[in-house]
Design a protein around this ligand. Structure first.
Ligand code: MLT
Length: 228
């Protein structure tokens, strides 16, 4: 764990991969009021062997950590969001060097506010992430220049009864990411804004499929079974 003021600048938890050959690092991004411990269990369920990197959002809203400022529910302070997006992407790059993580294997896993900043990183700093699992995300911003997201898979999990993220908003995000070339899988749950066991199970299967496809494409695959 590091404190603000250390080079990484984010209080965070890092848990090394359980298998040296694990094809994944999960960047875990909590919802409003969460912290760096919130999604560790979810990360383990999603990819039992992956490295986990979990920073705490630095913005406080009535004492509740978030990743960027908002003016009201769903109304974002775009200047702050842009600056915080670059700050988080810089953190990911620094952490990748410090913990020797392959940057083409870092997947964001974000919930709510964490999913929104993960989407913003994809849109403004796509090179920082190999892909993303976004639980209950909305369009964080529309970039001036479309990023090139071809080859980057995104799993978008939405709740049909979500009072915060409407189905239209989910569709808008799916379209934006697809237009940028991302390979988007949209999954609907009969749920609200909360994360459900079915969300996690579906995302787990999706990540496993990605890891298997990656393994099958790797030169010399089959020599050794890899786990995610
Ligand atoms: C946000 O502010 O990022 C969204 O409204 C989600 C939330 O944190 O409630």
């Amino acid at each position: 764990m590091s404190a603000p003021g250390e080079p990484s600048g984010f209080i965070h938890r890092f848990i090394a991969a359980k298998e040296p050959d694990s094809p994944l690092t999960l960047l875990l991004l909590h919802g409003t009021g969460g912290d760096e411990t919130d999604l560790l269990g979810v990360g383990r369920q999603l990819a039992p062997s992956a490295a986990l990197l979990s920073p705490r959002g630095k913005v406080l809203e009535h004492g509740m950590p978030r990743y960027f400022r908002r003016l009201a529910e769903g109304l974002f302070d775009l200047e702050d969001l842009r600056a915080r997006t670059h700050e988080l992407a810089d953190f990911v790059e620094t952490a990748a060097q410090r913990y020797r993580l392959a940057s083409d294997r870092i997947f964001a896993v974000g919930f709510s506010n964490g999913a929104n900043i993960a989407a913003s990183v994809l849109l403004l700093r796509p090179e920082a992430l190999a892909g993303a699992v976004l639980f209950r995300a909305m369009v964080p911003l529309v970039p001036e220049t479309m990023p090139y997201l071809r080859g980057r898979p995104v799993f978008l999990a939405a709740g049909r009864r979500d009072p915060i993220v409407s189905p239209d908003e989910t569709e808008r995000l799916r379209r934006l990411l697809s237009q940028a070339g991302a390979d988007v899988t949209l999954h609907w749950e009969t749920a609200g804004h909360e994360l459900t066991p079915a969300d996690i199970e579906t995302a787990r299967a999706w990540l496993k499929e990605w890891a298997t496809a990656r393994r099958d494409r790797a030169p010399g695959h089959g020599a050794k079974e890899r786990q995610i």
